[in-house]
Design a protein around this ligand. Structure first.
Ligand code: PLP
Length: 377
């Protein structure tokens, strides 16, 4: 059996090596390292794949979130509601821009922002909601868009973990994650579902005016050469990363399918085990692309299980061990622990198993056997 890894980027590369190597060499030969034709082609191809009017590439997923918020013209003091259970980047950029983060609890079934908690958190200063499609699963976008419309709020989707997922609305319309809110951000960090070989990110929007504003912001606030109309940033996707992403984009659906297949095999093995809650999988749609495969443990010593797996050369992860409202940087007297019942519980229970495009049946069987051996002992 091949050594089990949390993410197997080398194994994935082996299948696309010829195209990747040739196109990277071409970029080097062309010397068009920044804003070259590869970046433009990737942008167009991703717009087509997502069915969105505008993709604006940038340097990473954290920048993408920040730039999306700058583009919307959010001002210091504006309140932005987001999930307490996510990667820190989401709340970091809110704070960095002088906006007021308002963290709220999440849903125990899909780990995504709790709609009732969002409603409760809205004040006259609320300007935006940032749902995170955590672990690859779409948040409840129908409800979020309804709340936003009712209260005149912007919706910024943090789509760093769910690129390629499809959200089916109540009326049956299907849209790609990241094309439902007013604007969305994504990350091409190597381990993400569509990852490059360094840093990269992008902003998506169907609003052409907002896209124009954002294209200036990513380029020092410049709309005409050396005329700086707004305070911007320097945030670019480089041509080498773009050409790698072009090589991988045609495989994204197959990559996500491989992740879903692995998830189903894991879940089948844990079926009916009282101490394991497997992730919710909607059989009739494609709303979960398993950036992570995350279990909730009931009455299991998680640290000991982690050790048991590691002793058997099985890596695993705890995403995330501390809720954001308890992080030093984001703690705030306003927060009432009673409002974070779910996140406070999830941080104690969750464990993520190896998840990537190259998992083999033999590896999955070994992993599930070792989990069950510990849990059932
Ligand atoms: C990875 C990630 C980001 C940040 O992306 P970077 O490219 O690493 O800056 C933001 N939000 C979430 C939910 C992420 O998983």
């Amino acid at each position: 059996m091949k050594k089990i890894q949390m993410v197997d980027l080398k194994g994935q590369y082996a299948h696309i090596k010829d195209r990747v190597d040739a196109s990277v060499l071409e970029v080097i030969e062309s010397s068009a390292f920044i804003n070259g034709p590869e970046v433009h082609s990737f942008q167009k191809e991703l717009e087509e794949y997502l069915g969105v009017k505008n993709v604006i590439p940038c340097a990473n997923g954290t920048d993408a979130l920040q730039i999306a918020m700058m583009g919307l013209g959010l001002k210091p003091g504006d309140e932005v509601i987001t999930a307490d259970f996510t990667f820190a980047a989401t709340v970091e950029v809110i704070a960095l821009l002088g906006l007021t983060p308002v963290l709220v609890d999440v849903d125990p079934i899909n780990f995504n922002i709790d709609i009732h908690a969002v409603q409760k958190a809205i004040t006259p200063r609320t300007k935006a909601i940032v749902p995170v499609h955590l672990f690859g699963q779409c948040a409840n976008m129908d409800a979020i868009m309804e709340i936003a419309e009712e209260h005149n709020l912007f919706v910024i989707e943090d789509n760093a973990q769910a690129i390629g997922a499809t959200y089916t609305s109540k009326d049956g319309t299907k849209k790609k994650a990241g094309t439902i809110g007013h604007v969305a951000s994504t990350s091409f960090f190597p381990s993400k579902n569509l990852g490059c070989y360094g840093d990269g990110g992008a902003i998506f929007t169907n609003d052409n005016d907002l896209a124009h504003t954002i294209r200036g912001i990513v380029n020092h606030g410049m709309y005409k050469r050396y005329h700086h109309d707004v305070v911007g940033v320097n945030s670019r996707l480089d041509s080498i990363q773009a050409t790698i992403l072009r090589a991988k984009l045609p495989h994204l659906d197959a990559y996500n399918k491989a992740r879903q297949d692995a998830a189903r095999k894991y879940s089948a093995a844990f079926l009916d085990n009282e101490k394991i809650i497997t992730p919710f999988i909607c059989e009739s749609c494609d709303c979960h692309v398993f950036h992570q495969y995350t279990l909730r443990l009931k009455g299991v010593d998680r640290d000991a299980l982690v050790k048991h797996l590691n002793d058997n050369d099985i890596p695993c992860g705890v995403y995330y061990p501390i809720p954001l409202h308890k992080q030093k940087a984001y703690a705030d007297d306003r927060y009432d622990e009673n409002n974070f019942k779910v996140t406070n519980q999830l941080v104690e229970e969750v464990i993520s198993l190896p998840m990537h495009t190259e998992l083999e049946d033999e590896q999955i069987s070994f992993i599930t056997a070792k989990v069950l051996e510990f849990v059932n002992k």
